[in-house]
Design a protein around this ligand. Structure first.
Ligand SMILES: [Zn+2]
Length: 204
């Protein structure tokens, strides 16, 4: 990626001058990408003839992108208490300070992995079946897992549930079974270091 600096010159089409014009990079106030409001002090290519902003370099794009509300879809499932305990135990292994905050991130991590693997759906189906046939003693408490997930994760969850003809609860139970196998049971879990780094990113 090319990084531009203030004072550098280039060429671009200016809508006002209706021509290819020489431009100079300078800091200007520009509208957000959705047009509502102004972002101050953004590096932009400015027309040397009329002074209009004619282009925004790639490096300025994140700054003008309006922050969208990302976590918006409720995920609510009721699980046998030991399954929620497994999820929390895995989180504790990743980061003892993290608490319930990491629940959705961990579920989303493994969901995304199943969705990206060629045999992922089949493997998740097997885990769901195993979770369904697991015998829990009668009278075992059930606990509610409640979090807000992003639209992106929700879409992956919907696709996976539709493909497997499974409920959201069944998918979550399959994911927790995977988390048990990958993070709780092994002495030295393979995924642990990756997840610790990701958790540090989220916690920051
Ligand atoms: Zn111009």
């Amino acid at each position: 990626m090319k990084i531009c600096r203030a004072g550098e010159t280039s060429h671009a089409i200016c809508a006002h001058c209706k021509a290819l014009v020489p431009t100079t990079f300078a800091y200007r106030d520009v509208p957000f990408d959705d047009g509502a409001g102004i972002v101050q002090g953004i590096l932009a290519a400015v027309c040397d003839r009329c002074g209009l902003v004619v282009a925004i370099p790639a490096q300025s794009t994140p700054a003008i992108r309006r922050a969208r509300a990302v976590a918006e879809v409720a995920l609510e499932v009721v699980l046998p208490a030991p399954e929620l305990e497994l999820l929390d135990l895995a989180i504790w292994r990743i980061d003892p300070e993290a608490g319930q905050r990491l629940r959705k991130s961990l579920l989303a991590f493994y969901l995304a992995r199943f969705a990206s693997e060629p045999q992922g759906a089949d493997r998740l189906r097997t885990l769901i079946e195993a979770a369904e046939t697991a015998r829990h003693p009668a009278g075992l408490p059930r606990k509610r897992l409640s979090c807000k997930i992003s639209h992106r994760t929700d879409a992956v969850l919907r696709d996976m549930a539709a493909g497997l003809k499974a409920s959201r609860t069944q998918i979550v139970r399959g994911l927790i079974r995977e988390i048990d196998l990958r993070l709780v049971r092994p002495d030295v879990p393979e995924d642990l270091e990756t997840l610790r780094q990701a958790a540090a990113l989220v916690a920051a």
